[in-house]
Design a protein around this ligand. Structure first.
Ligand SMILES: C[S@@+](CC[C@H](N)C(=O)[O-])C[C@H]1O[C@@H](n2cnc3c(N)ncnc32)[C@H](O)[C@@H]1O
Length: 203
């Protein structure tokens, strides 16, 4: 299919998508917010928490959601891309896999945090296997960061793609956390290989 035909199809699909329309009505920057909302409603992530980190935050709908849930506390968001300011969210622009930014995050909180969410994904290359491998690597990096920066009772959530690294990530997650669930929200497109892992209580 030609490139402009693909983008026309994408635009038409966006127009028909109820989550896109709803996000516009509710003032969220992306339909992705409904994935986090569904996860939160099912797994009660934001109850009684005061600190959160949003990895791969642009354009910012998950941060908007967290900002609405955490009134008194600290939230930090990071992305390779710049995001427009969001009230009460401290934003870092940079590559999360770079140790320099991980140190900045640790310095910002100066203590362990309650919640780490990661919706990080690579820009699609067109090669689904490659995309899922690289996104799996981002997830692994986020798990390793969570091990050192999450409270004992903290929660870690990450996007994960069904693909070659899926089983390895689940096995590392199970070794690291006492509870691990895999969940695909209804708002995640059916044709997408994406799911989310919800991990609680570091071992
Ligand atoms: C699906 S989008 C996130 C959408 C976001 N949750 C929202 O609600 O608006 C994935 C993001 O991951 C970011 N990303 C990918 N690799 C990254 C990295 N190494 N460090 C930081 N952000 C990264 C991309 O720039 C992209 O903005």
């Amino acid at each position: 299919m030609k490139k402009n035909k693909i983008s026309k199809n994408w635009i038409n699909k966006q127009k028909r998508d109820i989550y896109v329309r709803q996000s516009k009505l509710e003032g969220f920057r992306s339909r992705a917010v409904y994935k986090l909302k569904e996860i939160d409603e099912k797994f009660k992530l934001t109850k009684n928490i005061s600190t959160a980190i949003d990895l791969g935050a642009a354009p910012g709908s998950w941060s908007q959601y967290l900002g609405n849930k955490i009134y008194k506390g600290k939230i930090l968001a990071i992305d390779l891309l710049k995001i427009d300011p969001i009230k009460n969210i401290y934003f870092l622009q940079g590559d999360f896999t770079n140790q320099k930014y991980q140190n900045e995050i640790t310095d910002f909180f100066k203590k362990k945090v309650d919640l780490i969410v990661s919706d990080m994904a690579v820009n699609t290359t067109g090669n689904k296997n490659l995309d899922s491998i690289v996104t799996g690597e981002l997830c692994m990096e986020a798990i390793n960061f969570a091990i050192n920066n999450l409270n004992e009772n903290g929660v870690f959530i990450s996007k994960i793609f069904m693909g070659s690294s899926f089983n390895e990530i689940i096995s590392i997650g199970k070794k690291t956390f006492r509870e691990l669930k895999v969940f695909k929200p209804a708002s995640s497109r059916k044709e997408s290989k994406e799911s989310f892992i919800i991990c609680k209580y570091l071992k």
